[in-house]
Design a protein around this ligand. Sequence first.
Ligand SMILES: Cc1ncc(C[n+]2csc(CCO)c2C)c(N)n1
Length: 221
Amino acid sequence: MSTLLEHLQSQCEPQWQQYTQHAFVRQLADGTLPRHCFEHYLKQDYLFLIHFARAFGLAAFKSRNLTELKRANASLSGIVDVELDLHIQYCHQWGISQEQLENTIESTPNMAYTRYVMERGMAGELLDLNIALAPCILGYGQIANWLLAQPFLVLENNPYAEWINLYAGDEYQQVADAHREACNAVELSNLDGARLHTLVQTFDAATRLEIDFWQMGLDCS
Ligand SMILES: Cc1ncc(C[n+]2csc(CCO)c2C)c(N)n1
């Protein structure tokens, strides 16, 4: 018997592969990604993380018991107290100041993605929101592990090695495991066909929005 996430991933296999094996991440791994593309991505990702923190605030609101509330709270404080500070520090190493981050004009793929996730949460239940968040959280963990196993990976003198190691690291893998557990707390057999179809649509849309986010990084001028 498969889990809910295994089912969703299998229903969205081509998109999932396009997202997790995108040219952007391949170029991170072999170190050929133009620096300005990565800098553009980092600036947009700062705004992205702020909206994702808000989404976990919404997850707290949608929680129905202490277990769910604690999960949402841990994710919210993880982003606000740890990840955003790390992101600001990391951007600083790339020569991007906090002021530049705050003055970044949000791209339309970024807007589409973050607002879509929040819309799923507002219109639906906590599960809809968790599934909208899943490609983001689980995808990055999978991407980093996949990249580490690829023959085209070059870690020596690769300016993106730290990024890959961060997402492949134990700390991030635990964040991904916690979200997987939250999504899979629902038994697949307890969901009827229509409910499952809605969740497949949400997972598919969020996965396609991740593809657009990578593409935004590559297309920057
Ligand atoms: C476009 C985009 N997609 C996914 C992530 C990864 N990520 C974003 S929020 C979050 C939650 C972790 O507490 C994680 C893993 C990213 N940074 N940017």
